[in-house]
Structure formats: structure tokens, C-alpha cells
Design a protein around this ligand. Sequence first.
Ligand code: SAH
Length: 390
Amino acid sequence: MDKQQELTRCSVDKKCGGCRYRNISYEEQLSIKQHQEETLLSPFGRVRSIIGMERPYYYRNKVQAVFGYDYRRRRTLSGVFQSNSGRMVPVDKCLLDDETADAIILTVRRLCDSFKLAPFDKRNGSGFLRHILVRRGFMSGEVMVVLVSAVPAFPSKRNFVRALLQAHPQITTVVHNVNPYETELVLGEHSEVLYGKGVIEDTLCGMSFRISPASFYQVNPVQCETLYQTALLFAALTGEETVLDAYCGTGTIGLLAAKQAKQVIGVELNRDAVRDAMENAKRNGVKNIYFYGGDAGEYIETAVQEGTRFDVVLTDPPRAGASVPFLRAVCRMKPKRVVYISCNLQTLARDLRYLTQRGYKAKAIQPVDMFPYTKHVETACLLSRSDMNF
Ligand code: SAH
């Protein structure tokens, strides 16, 4: 068995549904993704060669699991929901997950049994733990464990946390989150910090970032640096520009851009992420950046009405892509350059069509493989106005 086969051996192959390309060599995966990119995006411009990973395993810095119970063997299980049946597939170890995170999840399983904490059972609403979320800062080494329960009362929580920390001294914070709702979302609104600061820090492209349980943070930090560097290269900032970082999350890209621009405004819907973004500006001593909590489309529409102009718009929307009001306002404002970062080829192609029909031209398209062994692709795209000479 060669190294790749050994690494990709998986006990829940096919059942879990996470690894679309498990039996395909990494080179082949890259060429499949390249082909998909070219099929959808070549009408807009030349697609550069996809940037792959040197070690395409254990790259996820965020691991989530759902809890269930094996009634026959009388023990707690954890794993993932099977996408087609909605049933739980027990997972002990995953070739994509951070190994520390997987080990912590196994310990929590064991502790649930020894503390007699039955997992939540949605059929009758009994039990306690629903999910676990573990995040590790790859550079900082800080580890956050979020235990998500259906009800607020956490029996023997002090002893539970003590036992967890004893088994994994690298854990820097433990948070208890309550999610009583019938929902696809892992986290509920209410959280209590049981140990540590309730957040972790990590370093990306030489800057330090604070990450809360609910904030978005790219799951593959190694490739994320490449992606951000590409986006900044495309933005070609000289120190004179006013920049909009739309869908800015915890402010990562905007903060990096601020070092090379006159001023940056970040807009983000998630309040926790905005709070993190402000804190991140402070901790990195960045003074020429401002953050707004709200919808990116509404923000830029108002900016256009007020006559505000951005020279460069960086946009990194979720899978649904940018909203029409957002794109419409961009076309009315006419920034010199738009750098569009996308995690969904279909919505990227749709939005590129909109922008290119209204005066923009795709000048560079760079795919980056952020999610090896899965079907997902990430793309950074530079657009500039064809009626202006840049
Ligand atoms: N640029 C950031 C985050 C990208 S993820 C990074 O690289 O880390 C997309 C972000 O868009 C998420 O943080 C999500 O909360 C935010 N978001 C979703 N819908 C939004 C909207 N309508 N307006 C503004 N932000 C939105």
C-alpha cells in the first residue's frame, strides 16, 4: 500500500459523503477541479492553473460532530449526518480533520459515558449533548471546544471540564452553547464560557486574529494564506485607495489590505464577527479600517446614494453569491477593480455574467484548492472596467 492509499483508508468510506474524491489521486482531483473551473469560467477569461496543497490531509482547523447513542453497545457515538438519509454516521477519525480535534471529540464521547450524560435524542427530546465544535489555531496552537446541548442545565460541568482538560492540556478554552431549536445550525444563541477566554487567536499572513465560536474563519489556513495573497496581488493597492471589504467576516482580508491602502471599510452581517473584526483591528494596530454590521447590498446601495466612492471592492460572499442589489450598486459606483473571492463556481459564473455585461472584464481567474478530497473549489477573480485603462 503506498502512502496515499494508507492515508486515505477510511472506515466510513461512502457512508459519510464528505470525501467526494477519496479514491482519486490528488493530481487527478486537481485536474477535475481545473476542468470544472474552465467549463464554467473560461467564457469570461483564461483560467490559471489551480494551486494545490503539498500535504492535502488533516487541513481542517474546524471540526464539528453530532452525538448519538449506540443502544446495543450502550455507548455514546459521534459523527456526521449523512446528507441523503439524515442518519448519523459514526466517525472516529477523518483524513481531512485536524488530528487534535478528532482526538478531543473521542474523549468527549468517552466522558459522556462516564458522566452518564446521554446524548440528545431528537425523537423524544431527551438527553443533553447535541454537537461539538473544535477549532484549533494552526499557528498559535490555541484550541477551542464548544459543547452544544439542547438544554441549559449542564450536570457536573466543572468535573467534566476538568477531566477534558486533563486529557487534553492543549485546550485553551471551553464554551457551553445551548441550542434548543429544531435547526440545521449547530450553534444556538446562548453561550457560557466554562474555561479560558471563550475565543481563540491565530496568525494569518503575519497578523493576529481573534475568532469567536460563531465567527467565520477559513477552515484551511495553509491555503487561505495563498488565497489572500492572491486577492491582495489582484487588488494592486498603492496606498491611495479607499477599499470596501464586503462580506468581511472577522476582517481578515480587509486588515491585510489596510496596510497597503488609504482606508478600508468592512461590512459583515454576523454581529460576533463584526465584534471580532474591530478587536482584530485594535490588536494589530490598524487605524485606517472601519467595520459596519449589516447587509453588504444595503450598505453599498446607501454608499452610492450618498456619493461615496470606493476605488477597489473586495468581495467574499457565502455560497449563495453576491446579491443583485449589491452587484447593481457596484456597477453604479464603478470601482476601478473588483476582487471577487468565491467558494461556489455556479454563483461566481452567474455574478461574473452580471458584472461583465455591465462594463467589467475578468482580468485574472485563479483557482485555489482549499478543500482537497471534496468537490468544493475556491476561486479568486480580478475584474476591472473595460472602459477604463488600468
Ligand atoms: N472574508 C471573510 C469571510 C468570508 S465568508 C474571510 O475570508 O474570512 C462570508 C461572510 O459573509 C460570513 O462571515 C457571513 O457571515 C457574511 N455574510 C453573509 N451574508 C451577508 C450579507 N448579506 N451581508 C454581509 N455579510 C454577509
